[in-house]
Write a protein that binds this ligand. Structure first.
Ligand SMILES: [Zn+2]
Ligand SMILES: [Zn+2]
Length: 420
């Protein structure tokens, strides 16, 4: 289906800055639907007679509702732009039944803002290739509604570790260290809410983890009007197939929650823990299917892809820029030359050979060069509190059983370590 402008017949697009559909040609916000065929069900086969009606060619390709050209659809594509006429097409048949998203988060960051954010982010990065933020390259930026599974999970986390506390005192020439061990147990009932796992093969797993979180309180029930102007896919993997990735996150977040709680016992703060173990019990797992807004900018440098992603709701940007090594080394050469001049100059004031000054300059130049060859990637700001609200965690058991003491002594004058 496509949305046409009621006023001029132009192709409507969702405009995140106003939160509505807008005609890019006449600015009208009144639209009407043009269907690709009335009732398409999954598994409908287009024959010579029914093809047109179903919106498919006899060869099984999608027919553009606007220009009628045949479009070879990607395996999962559910919203796209017609390569021939640029109309925004929503493939209704791929948004039905089990593939109908329960909710979605509309884009809040529009294309212009997304481009500005990329420019801003790399304005300070002086070693990026010059065309990284060029208008021509940035044109390729694309808005994606990322198919995402959100898991609600009721769990019990059972954490065990040995808590160690050390106290030290000296007796004459001997340092005595008492090492007390405690059997630490924490049992926390934790309800994880809307833990996201992306269901698109094209998005590297770790990217979604970096882009998260999405604030699902701002989500709306699925509505195809938000899709117009964006690319989308139906989920590539089922919620059951992706459950292990959700469980992995439960392990990570659950462990850090338990560790926080186990930092202290009745006798004070532990110096460290050893033999950590955690067992997770799942009481219920409820998956929800949603679409999340992501801007994707594919940049290629020396045949290497450098994908950038922006959370279309929060504006969080992740991705690592390539480094133009020529720019790095010309900068490092200048820094090295300046350092060398200073160091050689100083060799005449303070008494050391000038060659040492030259070597210092070269070393500083090399350090500058190598330090700038690897720019940092996006940083992770997701923690357990993101998915387990304070009221959804209950510390049920907290015991710290005393296991005994081990004493180590050390002669202070000759550094011998004895174990008693
Ligand atoms: Zn119009
Ligand atoms: Zn078309």
């Amino acid at each position: 289906m496509i949305y046409k402008c009621k006023n001029c017949g132009g192709d409507m697009e969702f405009d995140p800055s106003i939160g509505k559909m807008k005609c890019p040609f006449c600015d009208s916000t009144e639209s009407e639907e043009v269907s690709t065929g009335s009732e398409i069900k999954d598994g409908d086969v287009a024959t010579e007679e029914t093809a047109q009606e179903l919106g498919y060619s006899a060869a099984g390709n999608l027919l553009c509702p606007n220009c009628g050209c045949e479009i070879e659809l990607g395996k999962f594509t559910s919203a796209l732009r017609c390569p021939a006429c640029d109309s925004n097409i929503i493939v209704d048949s791929r948004m039905k039944g089990e593939y109908r998203p329960e909710f979605m988060t509309p884009f809040k960051i529009d294309e212009k803002k997304a481009k500005e954010m990329i420019k801003q982010k790399f304005a300070t990065f002086k070693f990026a290739p010059r065309d990284l933020v060029s208008e021509a390259r940035l044109k390729k930026i694309q808005g994606w509604y990322m198919p995402t599974w959100f898991y609600d999970m009721d769990t019990t986390l059972d954490y065990r570790a040995v808590g160690i506390k050390e106290t030290r005192h000296t007796e004459g020439n001997t340092e005595v260290t008492d090492i007390d061990s405690y059997d630490v147990n924490r049992v926390i009932d934790a309800r994880f809410g809307r833990l996201p796992v992306d269901a698109a093969n094209d998005l590297p797993d770790e990217m979604m983890d970096l882009l998260a979180p999405f604030d699902t309180r701002e989500s709306v029930p699925y509505d195809s009007r938000y899709m117009s102007g964006f690319y989308s896919e139906q989920y590539n993997q089922t919620s059951a197939e992706l459950l292990p990735r959700a469980e992995k996150q439960v392990e990570t977040f659950g462990r850090s929650m338990c560790q926080d709680s186990a930092k202290k016992g009745p006798q004070g703060t532990y110096d460290r823990h050893s033999n950590e173990q955690m067992n997770v019990q799942y009481h219920s797992v409820i998956p929800h299917y949603g679409l999340m807004p992501v801007w994707k900018y594919d940049y290629t440098y020396k045949d290497q892809p450098y994908p950038f992603y922006i959370n279309g709701q929060t504006g969080k940007l992740v991705g690592t820029a390539p480094v133009d090594s020529k720019r790095v080394w010309s900068f490092a050469a200048i820094v090295g030359a300046v350092a060398m001049a200073v160091a050689i100059g100083l060799s005449f004031l303070i008494d050391y050979p000038w060659i040492v000054g030259a070597v210092i300059g070269i070393i500083i130049g090399l350090i500058t060069g190598f330090a700038n060859l690897h720019p940092a990637a996006g940083k992770v700001t997701v923690n357990a509190a993101t998915y387990v609200a304070q009221e959804n965690r209950n510390l049920r058991i907290a015991t710290d059983g005393y296991m005994g003491r081990e004493t180590k002594t050390r002669q202070l004058n000759n550094n011998n370590v004895n174990k008693k």
